[in-house]
Write a protein that binds this ligand. Structure first.
Ligand SMILES: *[C@@H]1O[C@H](CO)[C@@H](O)[C@H](O)[C@H]1NC(C)=O
Ligand SMILES: *[C@@H]1O[C@H](CO)[C@@H](O)[C@H](O)[C@H]1NC(C)=O
Ligand SMILES: *[C@@H]1O[C@H](CO)[C@@H](O)[C@H](O)[C@H]1NC(C)=O
Ligand SMILES: *[C@@H]1O[C@H](CO)[C@@H](O)[C@H](O)[C@H]1NC(C)=O
Ligand SMILES: *[C@@H]1O[C@H](CO)[C@@H](O)[C@H](O)[C@H]1NC(C)=O
Ligand SMILES: *[C@@H]1O[C@H](CO)[C@@H](O)[C@H](O)[C@H]1NC(C)=O
Ligand SMILES: *[C@@H]1O[C@H](CO)[C@@H](O)[C@H](O)[C@H]1NC(C)=O
Ligand SMILES: *[C@@H]1O[C@H](CO)[C@@H](O)[C@H](O)[C@H]1NC(C)=O
Ligand SMILES: *[C@@H]1O[C@H](CO)[C@@H](O)[C@H](O)[C@H]1NC(C)=O
Ligand SMILES: *[C@@H]1O[C@H](CO)[C@@H](O)[C@H](O)[C@H]1NC(C)=O
Ligand SMILES: *[C@@H]1O[C@H](CO)[C@@H](O)[C@H](O)[C@H]1NC(C)=O
Ligand SMILES: *[C@@H]1O[C@H](CO)[C@@H](O)[C@H](O)[C@H]1NC(C)=O
Length: 511
């Protein structure tokens, strides 16, 4: 029994020695004891894995290790030729400030810190100056501040999976990427960025960007990048897994949809089509209004501005997907084209202020009047407002009608129908108080029944008197004729005045 026991102890001892021999050179615990300040001034010596570095380089330049290779907490591994690559795990703010500068002092060019939980990462710090590959991944970085120094050698920057938002990444003053002329890979995947880091792609350089897993990046930004830069310059890593957020406006309520960036189509045609608006040479300006998914493609909805062009008619042949048209300050007299021209099919906002339009009858039954969001026809020559044309438009709150500065013809009917209609739809007609009556009768909503409906009431009374009088005369006439007939039958003569009447041709006939 005793021998077995001793053998076991021997075995354990041997195991311990073996363990020390194998692992001790690789492990040097970071002195984490705050009671002993002296050792903290020495950075913990890095452990060494003399391996070729290439297998740890993504895309040839991005130094990246996975968690299974993590050194113990508080220690960094160096590897590769010249020990130039540094790998650390589970780093906190204290370690970043106290020890990392010492570790990076000796000509290090590659750094990967996995799971850094730090308050702020100051990229302008001199310790990062020599790095060509810098990765802080799978951690929690509260803020990235500073700006990489001018002519930084950095070629790859990986800040994947750090719970970053755009506010944390790019304050408006400091653009961290402004001077990264050598940057060819940016991995900011698996964060929650809401703005595309546009400062990156303005330089005329090839760059690979990984923004997968940032689903709230607006599609507009991607489209801008694809349109303004030569699209071959920006390459999206994980292209199929990169999504963008599309603000969908279904007339009045908004929703967000996440779409694959593959659905974004560059709309180079818009300006060409803008020049094809009829009449020619009026130089309307066209601008992208917003994006929407139409037929499985992210489509540019277009806004057209033809204000102050001395137009006498509505323009036609608008660019495809025109949703907004401004033709204010012209001399337009008819809205016929809205229903007749097919290019008005997607129109949701029409602004025809300061024109000469007399009525809105031509909009009856058009697609526009059934779907509009904004219809502004202020300062025109409307004489009446045919409310039935608009009858279905305000079923939901949201669409807005603007009619100020029209002087309409007001009578009792206006008071009886238009005024209550305005009061009922006041939310949809914000300027309802500014619809005026002509002849100085004041705003329509201030019309008083007794002023505009007085005369018609008198007239109807008068007509009743006339009708009563006529009935009376008729009754008298019938009684007189009956009396005459009776006298004629019984006494054989015709009473006055029938006997004094001259004979008429029909009397001969009767006899
Ligand atoms: C950046 O880090 C993430 C998370 O660790 C990793 O999945 C990705 O491959 C890295 N990107 C590059 C380009 O090395
Ligand atoms: C970690 O890296 C090794 C190669 O270095 C690879 O074989 C392994 O699959 C990786 N593990 C994960 C979880 O990616
Ligand atoms: C790497 O560092 C270790 C000490 O940590 C040193 O012994 C070794 O010579 C270094 N290798 C190179 C190639 O510099
Ligand atoms: C990341 O590091 C923090 C401490 O710095 C630690 O509490 C946490 O468990 C680590 N996360 C993982 C996934 O290891
Ligand atoms: C660090 O780089 C400098 C010049 O850039 C060089 O003189 C020095 O020898 C390098 N040191 C090491 C340890 O490689
Ligand atoms: C990440 O940091 C934020 C802000 O410092 C903190 O609120 C949050 O709890 C942290 N998350 C984790 C998983 O540590
Ligand atoms: C930038 O990269 C080029 C080669 O791609 C290299 O010649 C140049 O030295 C680099 N610039 C800096 C500042 O490292
Ligand atoms: C991300 O950061 C926010 C604060 O900005 C924090 O409330 C949240 O817990 C963090 N999420 C994770 C997974 O760390
Ligand atoms: C990401 O950002 C969006 C928009 O700012 C926010 O609604 C969402 O909750 C965020 N998601 C996470 C996981 O923080
Ligand atoms: C990813 O996109 C490529 C084209 O860029 C396509 O050929 C491939 O089928 C897509 N993969 C998936 C899983 O959708
Ligand atoms: C439109 O632009 C062309 C060329 O720029 C110019 O010749 C023409 O006068 C412009 N027309 C109007 C109505 O401004
Ligand atoms: C267009 O209307 C403006 C005022 O609205 C007027 O001054 C101008 O003479 C009109 N032009 C034509 C061609 O009728």
């Amino acid at each position: 029994m005793r021998r077995i026991y001793r053998a076991l102890i021997d075995l354990s001892l041997w195991c311990f020695v073996m363990y020390l021999a194998t692992f001790l050179p690789c492990i040097e615990m970071r002195v984490d004891d705050f009671d002993q300040p002296a050792p903290r001034e020495q950075p913990p010596p890095p452990t060494v894995l003399p391996e070729p570095i290439e297998q740890y380089l993504n895309l040839g330049i991005c130094f990246h290790m996975n968690r299974s290779s993590c050194p113990p907490k508080g220690v960094c591994t160096t590897l590769g030729p010249g020990n130039m690559s540094v790998f650390c795990c589970d780093m906190d703010t204290n370690f970043l400030k106290e020890f990392l500068p010492g570790i990076l002092k000796q000509n290090k060019t590659h750094l990967h810190v996995l799971n850094a939980t730090i308050d702020e990462l100051d990229v302008s710090h001199s310790m990062f100056r020599r790095l060509t590959s810098m990765a802080f991944t799978d951690g929690n970085i509260s803020k990235i501040i500073g700006q990489f120094p001018k002519h930084s050698a950095l070629a790859c920057f990986n800040i994947s999976n750090n719970n970053l938002t755009s506010d944390k990444l790019q304050s408006s003053i400091q653009r961290p990427f402004a001077y990264l002329f050598n940057l060819t890979v940016l991995d900011a995947s698996a964060n929650n960025l809401t703005k595309f880091p546009l400062s990156l792609v303005h330089s005329n350089r090839n760059i690979s960007v990984d923004l997968a897993g940032n689903n709230y990046l607006p599609c507009k930004h991607f489209q801008k990048v694809m349109e303004t830069t030569n699209s071959s310059l920006v390459h999206f890593l994980q292209y199929n897994k990169t999504f963008c957020a599309l603000d969908l406006s279904f007339n009045w309520f908004k929703d967000v949809s996440f779409v694959n960036i593959d659905l974004i189509k560059i709309q180079k045609m818009m300006n060409e089509r803008c020049r094809e608006i009829i009449p020619a040479d009026i130089n309307c300006t066209c601008a992208p209004e917003r994006l929407e998914i139409i037929e499985n493609e992210v489509t540019n909805l277009v806004s057209v501005d033809c204000a102050e062009r001395q137009l006498k008619e509505m323009p036609t042949n608008l660019p495809p997907n025109t949703v907004k048209l401004n033709v204010s300050f012209n001399n337009i007299t008819s809205l016929e084209a809205v229903g007749a021209d097919e290019s008005y099919g997607h129109l949701r906002q029409l602004i025809v202020d300061y024109n000469d339009i007399p009525n809105i009858l031509e909009l009856e039954g058009t697609k526009f009047i059934g779907n509009f969001m904004l219809f502004s026809i202020a300062h025109n020559k409307l004489k009446t407002i045919h409310t039935y044309v608009l009858s279905n438009s305000f079923e939901t709150t949201g669409p807005a009608l603007s009619i100020a500065g029209n002087f309409i013809h007001c009578d009792c009917n206006t008071e009886k129908t238009l005024k209550p209609w305005l009061l009922e739809n006041f939310k949809s007609v914000p300027d309802y108080k500014s619809l005026e009556c002509q002849d100085g009768l004041g705003p329509v909503v201030d019309l008083v029944e007794s002023r505009v409906c007085h005369t018609p009431r008198d007239w109807t009374d008068y007509i009743y008197y006339i009708i009563g009088l006529e009935v009376l005369v008729l009754v008298l006439l019938i009684s007189k004729v009956s009396y005459d007939y009776w006298v004629f039958k019984t006494a054989g003569y015709l009473p006055w005045p029938a006997n004094k009447m001259p004979r008429l041709p029909c009397d001969w006939l009767c006899e």
